[in-house]
Write a protein that binds this ligand. Structure first.
Ligand code: ADP
Ligand code: ASP
Ligand code: MG
Length: 402
């Protein structure tokens, strides 16, 4: 049994849906039981969000999920009927029908549980199960979505729950590259990458895989094959261990443009202040990323942190309330920034990498606003209009160019 996921570009038109169906039909002809997870066609999700905002600038989260889930709900039956037209029995299933149960966080729900009875029944009947990605339901049967790019997560979670022998993510590039191949022409395709490295790259903005999909893949030990739906070339395997020659210091560069920062000025330097500011954000499901607290002076300090720019309005509202309650002097915010990250397990215990990164950015005239690190990642926040130049600079600095 294999799970195949087809992304938005791959199902972007009737002709492309027919091509995808020929690929599914070939797998069926090879004797595979196929679960096909599909995304919304082309830019459908973007269009639905824009439509929502044109009738309400702050669309209520529940209704927005009811709306955007429809993108995938359209693709799945189109793929199923196309397969049937080719003589391949197939049934489309919504997230609810496929048994995808999630948390109640609209637009960023997490899969809690998969109840795959209906999929198994479909496969037993000798049919392809075509599942609408990105969507699920809560215990109360409220429709949720998994966050942008979340169809990957549907696919990997299904592969884990069904103990599929393979999980293939079909997309519009040939695999995972050392940087976004649309930004860095000399980017190199990786034959393998470790889950932890891919997770850091994905979390740092490499949108080729949804971070949660990588996490679930590691948890359930699902090897993930990321490859192109436009050719038959072998792509990139995301796995637990990579061959020796793939263990370079820096494996990839990522960028994320949807970043804004919030600064809380003049907060009292005492226990509980950070908790008071961040707890409401957590409750609202808003992730805070890079956090910098200045050294205190005369009992007060400043706190700056980044959020996704799309969360800025909601976050600022909550922070203003919290800031007032802890007696902060002022709250300010700014958009237009971006994250620039280098990732690689080979960086562990390798001194000098950070210095090389900062020197290269300085020589390119790029100012660093904030810095954060994990064991295998260094991230700099820079001005958004300089981030692509930064990606290319670092790609060269760390000798990743082909
Ligand atoms: P899909 O619709 O198939 O899910 P996405 O647009 O979500 O496709 O992801 C594929 C895109 O990810 C590519 O077109 C590419 O521009 C971008 N991308 C960013 N970083 C990388 C990377 N390191 N390797 C490959 N693709 C990347
Ligand atoms: N259609 C959704 C999006 O555009 C989910 C996905 O494509 O994975 O984000
Ligand atoms: Mg995607």
């Amino acid at each position: 049994m294999i799970v195949q996921k087809y992304g938005g570009t791959s199902v972007g038109s009737a002709a492309r849906i027919r091509r995808v169906c020929r690929r599914i039909a070939a797998a069926v002809a090879d004797g595979e039981q196929v679960v096909a997870v599909v995304s919304a066609m082309g830019h459908t999700t973007d269009r639905l969000i824009a439509l929502a905002e044109s009738v309400n600038p702050e669309p209520p989260a529940r209704e927005l999920d009811m709306l955007v889930a429809n993108g995938e709900t359209i693709t799945a039956p189109l793929v199923a009927m196309c397969l049937q037209g080719m003589g391949v029995p197939a049934v489309s299933l919504s997230g609810l029908q496929a048994g995808v149960r999630t948390s109640a966080h609209h637009s960023r729900a997490r899969i809690h549980d998969i109840r795959p009875d209906r999929i198994l029944q479909t496969l037993e009947e000798g049919k392809v199960a075509v599942v609408a990605g990105f969507q699920g339901v809560t215990e109360e049967l409220e429709v949720t979505t998994l966050g942008r790019g979340g169809s990957d997560t549907t696919a990997v979670a299904l592969a884990g729950a069904l103990r599929a022998s393979a999980c293939e993510i079909y997309t519009d590039v040939d695999g995972i590259y050392s940087a976004d191949p649309r930004v860095v022409k000399t980017a190199r395709k990786l034959s393998h990458i470790r889950y932890d490295e891919m997770l850091e790259l994905a979390a740092a903005g490499a949108r080729v895989m949804h971070p949660r999909a990588v996490e679930i893949g590691e948890l359930y030990d699902v090897p993930i094959h990321v490859r192109s739906s436009f050719n038959n070339r072998v792509g990139t395997m995301i796995v637990g261990q990579v061959p020796m020659e793939d263990r370079q210091r820096v494996r990839g560069i990522a960028q994320e443009k949807n970043v804004a920062k919030i600064t809380v000025l003049g907060v009292k330097d005492r226990p509980g202040v950070a908790a008071a500011i961040f707890e409401p954000l957590g409750t609202a499901g808003i992730s805070v990323d890079v956090i910098v607290q200045n050294v205190g002076h005369s009992g007060r300090t400043d706190l700056t942190f980044s959020v996704q720019e799309s969360d800025l309005k909601a976050a600022e509202k909550l922070v203003r309330v919290a800031a007032k309650s802890v007696g902060a002097r002022k709250v300010s915010s700014a958009g237009g920034i971006a994250k620039l990250s280098i990732v690689g397990t080979g960086m562990l215990g390798m001194p000098g990498i950070a210095g090389r990164m900062f020197r290269a950015l300085a020589d390119a005239g790029i100012n660093i606003e904030m810095i954060s690190t994990s064991e295998i990642r260094i991230t700099c926040l820079v001005s958004r209009d300089q981030v692509e130049k930064g990606v290319r600079t670092l790609h060269k600095t760390f000798e990743l160019d082909v």
